[in-house]
Structures are given as structure tokens and as C-alpha cells.
Ligand binder design. Structure first.
Ligand code: FAD
Length: 450
């Protein structure tokens, strides 16, 4: 990766983190400054502790969907899909669409999502009923056999992108705008004076350096809680619901379990021999392995797609909450985004059984599950929806609550806010929503981010 080795002594905009949000923000900010005649890429530095894509942006499954029960999330995703579509080739984005196949209890939520997608002009089809669902899916995959599902939402837009191709394309765009990306440099302290951050303290090896800054963008993915702590922001958050107030930890971690079945990705083509949409199944049928042993009683969910980057059929299972305070999860707060504990044999067995539950072609294939490290951790906010907001006067925090590879367009909106133009699409994601009781509606999905 081509980066600058030298940190400036002072800079207008210091972006912390070269993941999807830091890079997208730096790219769009450079263009905004230029268009407004108020600066350019040389006013921005991106500081990255490791290298671009070292966090979840470089390990994400890369699924891009609109399927959200929360109207504000859908509108934000629709905006990001436009950014994906405008950069299809550079980002190696596959606009194959997305299938949400659901159990009965989710039916009404998904029907509502479909209605509201029509209202915002986001093309989708809704299939209702068990037999209709089976027939629709058979029309895509002739070996479809899932039980415990009664509806399909087929989003015609969305799909998935190659994670590192997107990161590298963003990096190239950022550098083409004249932004310096300084890798291998850890931000260790944010010096607050008079209410605002005046200096960012960094460390590279044993060398420490302090930069004077006008603005900071905290885009550190699952390490955002560490920057939050540096700003002395609260460990807990009060959430007002009606006339009651609940106090929640500001940050919690979930472990995302993902993996790859080592078959030729072409193994999952559709009936026409084309790349199929991303498949997401939430079922309430008992899940057994091929010897008839019960693996899951009740609800379960998986997602999968053929992926030439991961080299097989890749996807994931429902995440699990890491029941520890965030400081203990992040024993090394600067450690890897994909610690060893994320996936094990349980995940591989359940995921392979779920694939086989859905499609006959996966029968007897469990032994092909890859043992390569997979999955990662995400830092979630009190309500598991993003916080995009300014703290300490001049620190813009991008805490996407792990929704975010698909949100490549958020950087464009943040860039406009940094230039003084408030963005309506970001308003529902302010931190003040907790105290004001302006929460997003909750769905019946088993995922913390749907
Ligand atoms: C296994 C997995 C699968 C996922 N799949 C999907 C998906 O299919 N679709 C989707 O939309 N989202 C997905 N996500 C979520 C998505 O990947 C993240 O929400 C998104 O990538 C976060 O981007 P970011 O730029 O905020 O953070 P990151 O990608 O984590 O980038 C932050 C960067 O900041 C650097 N950094 C951190 N602290 C410091 C510091 N103090 N000093 C300097 N640098 C620092 C890190 O090294 C890192 O490179 C997935 C997440 C995981 C873990």
C-alpha cells in the first residue's frame, strides 16, 4: 500500500482509522473542500495503527442490503447503494440482489419493509405464504428444500462486494486527492483543552509524535470505545423509553461467526447458471445434522453467497453477545479484529447443516468447511444502531454499530457535515436520541442489527 511516512506537525482534519468509513470520509471530504474552494486533500491526514483494511472492513462478508425494519436505516442504505452502483468496477461490487427468507413471526415486519421500499423507490418483490415461498425459491435454485420459512423479500438491488478490493480502491481515491495516509501509527491520546481536541498524540514503535489539529474524525471501528474513553465520554448511557429511563453500557461487543465451505464458488449458481442473489434465511424449523442429531431447536439464521474472493460459498450464522465489559473483551485494545475465539467446530457444524437444510446440493459437504480464521468482533451502541455525531466540539465519531461495510456512502454525508451542512439522513443517528427517547423501531429479527 502506498502511504506517507511522515506525519504533519499540524493538520486541519485528522481521520483516525483507514477502514471503509475513515477512507470514504477522507475521499469525500477532499472533494468537498476542493469543490467549495476552501481546501483540498492536503488538509487531511488519515492515521492508521496497522494498515488499510486491518479492521472489520478487510474481513467483512461484504453484503450490501436494504432490508432494515427501521425507516432511517433503509433511507441511509438506499443512499449508500447509489455510491456502490457508481463505483461497481473499482469496488468489485456484485449487484446480484438480496433474498430475505423468513419464518412466520417475521412476516409482518418484512411485509412492512417491502411496502416502505416501494415508497422510496427501492425495487423489491414480496412473496407471501409457505407454498409460494417454496415455489419462488425453486425458481431460483431447483434443489431448494428449506422448511420453517413462509415469506421472501427479494431486493433487486444490493448484493455484495470484495472487501479488500473496496478498501484498496478507496485508498487509491484518497491518495489521488492528495490525502496522506500514515500507516503503522497508533493514536494513543486525544488532548482536550477548552472543550475541544487540540492535539492528537501518536506512537510508531518507540517514537511518539503530537499533531495539532482543528478537527478529528474517529473512524476506528471496534476500537471506537477506546477513542471514546480518551475523550472521557460516559461509560453508560441513559435511554428514555416512555416515562422510564434505562441505563445501558455505552458499548457492548458481539462476535460475528462467519466461514467458507470449500467448494468451487460456481457450485452455487442459480438455475440459469448465473450468480444468484445473496441468500439470507431465518427459519424456525429444528436444525439437525445428517445423522439426525438435533443441533438447534427453535430459530436460527444464516446468510451465504458464492464468493471468488473467499474461494467458496461464504457466509455466516447469528452472532453471539460477548458477555464481558468491553475493556475485558479488548484485552489488548489494539489487538486483532478477529480474535481466535470467534468460530469453532460448533459454528462449522451448524452452518454446514443449515446450508444442507436449505439446498440439497450441500448434503454431505460438512467436511469441506474451511478452518481458515474467520469472523470478527463488532462494537455495538446502546440500541445497536449507529451513532454519527460530534463530541467535544470538534470530534466527529463514526460508530456504525457494525452495520457498516455496506454504508460506504456515510463518508460522503459526514464530509458535508464537516463542511457545515447538516445532513437529514444522519439526524436520526445522533447520540441525543437516547436521552430524548427518539429510538428506532425494533424488529422481530434474531439479529442485533436488523
Ligand atoms: C466478520 C464480519 C463480517 C461483517 N460483514 C458485513 C457485511 O457483510 N456487510 C456489512 O455491511 N457490514 C459487515 N460487517 C461490519 C463492517 O465490517 C463494519 O461495520 C465496518 O467495516 C466498520 O468500518 P470502520 O471503517 O468503522 O472500521 P474498521 O474497518 O475497523 O477500520 C478502523 C481502522 O481503524 C484503525 N484503528 C483503530 N484504532 C486506532 C488507533 N487508536 N489509532 C490508529 N488507528 C486505529 C484499525 O486498525 C482499523 O483499520 C462485518 C463485520 C465483521 C466483523
Amino acid at each position: 500500500m502506498s502511504t506517507s511516512d511522515t506525519l504533519p506537525q499540524s493538520i486541519r482534519y485528522c481521520v483516525i482509522g483507514a477502514g471503509i468509513h475513515g477512507l470514504s470520509t477522507a475521499w469525500h471530504l477532499a472533494r468537498e473542500l476542493k469543490a467549495r474552494g476552501t481546501g483540498d486533500g492536503s488538509d487531511i491526514v488519515v492515521i492508521e495503527k496497522s494498515e488499510a483494511g486491518a479492521g472489520p472492513s478487510g474481513i467483512a462478508c461484504g453484503v450490501v442490503r436494504n432490508n432494515y425494519f427501521q425507516p432511517a436505516m433503509r433511507e441511509l442504505m438506499a443512499h449508500s447503494v447509489e455510491v456502490w452502483e457508481a463505483n461497481t468496477e473499482a469496488f468489485e461490487y456484485h449487484p446480484v440482489g438480496y433474498l430475505q427468507i423468513s419464518y412466520d413471526e417475521m412476516r409482518d415486519d418484512v411485509a412492512t419493509i417491502h411496502e416502505q421500499q416501494q415508497a422510496i423507490g427501492y425495487e423489491s418483490v414480496f412473496i407471501d405464504g409457505e407454498a409460494e415461498t417454496h415455489a419462488y425459491m425453486k425458481g431460483i435454485f431447483d434443489d431448494w428444500r428449506a422448511t420453517g420459512v413462509t415469506s421472501v423479500l427479494h431486493e433487486k438491488k444490493g448484493g455484495y462486494a470484495h472487501n479488500m478490493a473496496t478498501v484498496n480502491a478507496l485508498l487509491a481515491k484518497v491518495e489521488a486527492e492528495g490525502v496522506s495516509v500514515v500507516a503503522g501509527t497508533l493514536v494513543t491520546e486525544l488532548v482536550v483543552d477548552g472543550g475541544a481536541v487540540t492535539h492528537v498524540v501518536t506512537r510508531r514503535g518507540t517514537e511518539s509524535m503530537t499533531i495539532a489539529v482543528d478537527h478529528v474524525v474517529a473512524a476506528a471501528g471496534p476500537w471506537v470505545p477506546k477513542l471514546w474513553e480518551m475523550l472521557d465520554l460516559p461509560d453508560t448511557t441513559d435511554i428514555v423509553v416512555g416515562d422510564r429511563t434505562f441505563t445501558e453500557p455505552t458499548w457492548k461487543f458481539w462476535a460475528l461467526q462467519e466461514g467458507t465451505l470449500g467448494v468451487d464458488p460456481g457450485y452455487l449458481m442459480n438455475n440459469d447458471g448465473d450468480m444468484p442473489p445473496v441468500v439470507h434465511v431465518d427459519a424456525d424449523a429444528t436444525l439437525c445434522d445428517e445423522d439426525g442429531n438435533v443441533l438447534v431447536e427453535g430459530k436460527w439464521g444464516i446468510y451465504y453467497k458464492p464468493d471468488f474472493n473467499f474461494g467458496g460459498v461464504q457466509g455466516g450464522y447469528m452472532p453471539y453477545r460477548v458477555e464481558k465489559p468491553w475493556r475485558e473483551v479488548a484485552i489488548d485494545p489494539y489487538g486483532p479484529a478477529s480474535p481466535d475465539f470467534i468460530v469453532g467446530e460448533d459454528f462449522r457444524a451448524v452452518w454446514a447443516a443449515a446450508l444442507s437444510h436449505c439446498q440439497e446440493r450441500f448434503e454431505g459437504k460438512a467436511s469441506l468447511m474451511s478452518h481458515a480464521p474467520s469472523g470478527g468482533i463488532g462494537a455495538f451502541t446502546p440500541d445497536s444502531f449507529p451513532v454519527f455525531d460530534t463530541f467535544c466540539d470538534n470530534v466527529y465519531v463514526i460508530a456504525d454499530s457494525n452495520h457498516g461495510f455496506k454504508m460506504v456512502g456515510v463518508g460522503a454525508l459526514v464530509a458535508r457535515e464537516l463542511c457545515g451542512d447538516t445532513q437529514g439522513l444522519l439526524e436520526p443517528f445522533r447520540y441525543s436520541r437516547y436521552a430524548l427517547g427518539k429510538l428506532h423501531p425494533e424488529s422481530n429479527s434474531p439479529y442485533p442489527w436488523s
